[in-house]
Design a protein around this ligand. Structure first.
Ligand SMILES: [Zn+2]
Length: 167
């Protein structure tokens, strides 16, 4: 699953390039944080930071083993990539919701701009088209380009979501 570019991109976002390099070097099955550090030639503190981020994202889990003689506790980590697709879909869904709300607002409103803010026609009219804050005049804003950009972004994420589903 990690071979997939989209999945890599997702991981890069949550754990960075270094984190991605580390987990790509981890073999299947249980492994201790010390082993991961050794395999990836990375500081243990850095490895632990990455593991906890993955843990918080429900991608890594661990169990502990206590040595009865020494009392030493070992953390055995395991990766569960089955959640990744779901998390990616959730992220796409949230992003789509946000973009659609913005698109609706842009499509249904008429916008005016002064030197300090961008407001709806109604607000500009209420101030007689002169801003209370900065004193400059409100001018009409053509938001066609912005609407096109938002639509393109929505398209892109919808395609991405389809790819996740079929991957
Ligand atoms: Zn202003």
């Amino acid at each position: 699953m990690l071979a997939h570019d989209m999945v890599k991109e997702y991981f890069r976002k949550i754990i960075g390039d270094e984190g991605l390099q580390i987990i790509m070097n981890v073999p299947d099955g249980e492994i201790t944080d010390e082993e991961i550090a050794r395999l990836s030639d990375t500081k243990l503190t850095q490895v632990r930071k990455i593991l906890y981020t993955l843990y918080e994202n429900r991608i890594a889990e661990y169990r502990t083993e206590r040595d009865d003689n020494s009392g030493w506790v070992t953390y055995l980590w395991r990766f569960d990539y089955s959640n990744v697709r779901k998390l990616m879909e959730e992220e796409a869904e949230n992003k789509l919701k946000e973009l659609r709300t913005r698109l609706d607002r842009e499509k249904s409103g008429v916008f005016y701009r002064c030197k300090c803010q961008r407001v709806l026609f109604e607000e500009a009219a209420a101030m007689d088209f002169r801003c209370d804050e900065c004193g400059s005049d409100f001018e009409y804003v053509d938001n066609k380009d912005l609407i096109r950009e938002l639509e393109a972004e929505i398209d892109k994420i919808e395609r991405w979501k389809e790819q996740i589903r079929s991957s």
